[in-house]
Design a protein around this ligand. Sequence first.
Ligand code: SAH
Length: 254
Amino acid sequence: MARDNEFHPSRLAWLVAGTLTLIIVCVVCGKALSDDWTEAREQMVREIEADVRRTAAYIGTDELDPRVMQSMATTLRHEFVPEDIIDLAYYNQPQSIGYGQTISQPYIVALMTHLLAPEPDDVILEVGTGSGYQAAVLAPLVAEVHTLEIIAPLAEAADARLSRLGYGNVAVSHLDGYYGLEEHAPYDGIIVTAAAGHVPPPLVEQLAPGGRMVIPVGDTWQVQHLMLILKDQEGEVATRGILPVVFVPLTGGH
Ligand code: SAH
């Protein structure tokens, strides 16, 4: 008769199997928690920092807001690029997202977010949702992001993606952003991620007193200027050119 404390070969087999299962579970969970892209993101952040230092004379600082950089370091950019170019997600370059559109270069996303000077209570309007990445970078820094996209399939895909990733404070609308979105105006910040030939007057109108707008202005497919527009408490508007950039054009009926 086998006693309880007696060695039995099947016990050893169970012990080995149990230990192996535990190891596999730990490896899988550990990977899911850190995600495979942490290193790529850290490298991207270092490249943004280097670009910021290189362009310090234009942008008036050699360091961007640490909260903005934190958001760049934690936003899962690989979720916002097409599957077939996922390996390029964290390159400091724009990437194609289909329909002739692009997800902006990480340095430009960081710079535009910094120029917007986001505050936790801010309500922000973005024109040009694209992949939804810029909206995702803004989301943890502000109260609400309303983002407008003129190409229906891009708007739908970004909306689904942002919901899946848990961005509860971003609302995507399929609209011509030239006219803004009266419903939630005025906005503490407006960010336009497509180049306009001129600053759309409806957007200036929908900017709150004390608000800021960041917008590339210039001719299609030529070098444009990234502009920072400040509206003071009296509603007076001042415009500052920041640096030359290249964006896809703002299209639509205007
Ligand atoms: N912010 C995006 C990249 C923008 S690319 C991202 O993070 O991925 C510019 C986007 O602006 C494109 O998706 C384009 O379709 C959109 N767009 C162009 N004109 C527009 C308009 N009038 N209203 C809204 N979106 C517009």
